[in-house]
Ligand binder design. Structure first.
Ligand code: FES
Length: 124
């Protein structure tokens, strides 16, 4: 049996404008971030030294890591100049009937690095 491709992980009401939210999908820690009507989904920890990216901020379309301030494009994941780290992994998002759904197949195909189930998380 085929698994669903897009999986609802939160409602828009649970993700007010300007906020971040940690989620688990397929056993991997991801972060959702909402800017206006746009929701981004990306790996939960920084490719540099695994800082919690739900503590970051977004400026001019870039995610700023809270620890050493590397910034990542929210279009293609590329890191700011001068950093020798992998690109940030971004995952497709759909907003459907007030729910935020993530492409679980993309997560399975190219999972974020680091340990699985990185947070003590009680689930939605
Ligand atoms: S841990 Fe993110 S820039 Fe170092």
């Amino acid at each position: 049996m085929n698994e669903p491709r897009f999986v609802a992980v939160a409602t828009l009401d649970e993700l007010p404008d300007g906020t971040f939210r940690r989620i688990l999908l397929e056993g991997y820690g991801l972060v959702l971030a909402r800017q206006g009507s746009t929701v981004y989904a990306f790996q939960g920890t920084c490719p540099h030294e695994k800082a919690d990216l739900s503590q970051g901020r977004i400026e001019d379309g870039r995610l700023i890591c809270p620890r050493h301030l590397a910034s990542y494009s929210l279009v293609d994941g590329h890191v700011s100049r001068g950093w020798k780290v992998d690109a940030l992994k971004l995952y497709p998002v759909r907003i459907q009937n007030g729910e935020v759904a993530i492409d679980a197949e993309a997560v399975r195909r190219d999972p974020p690095g680091g340990a699985r189930k990185v947070w003590d998380f009680t689930g939605p």
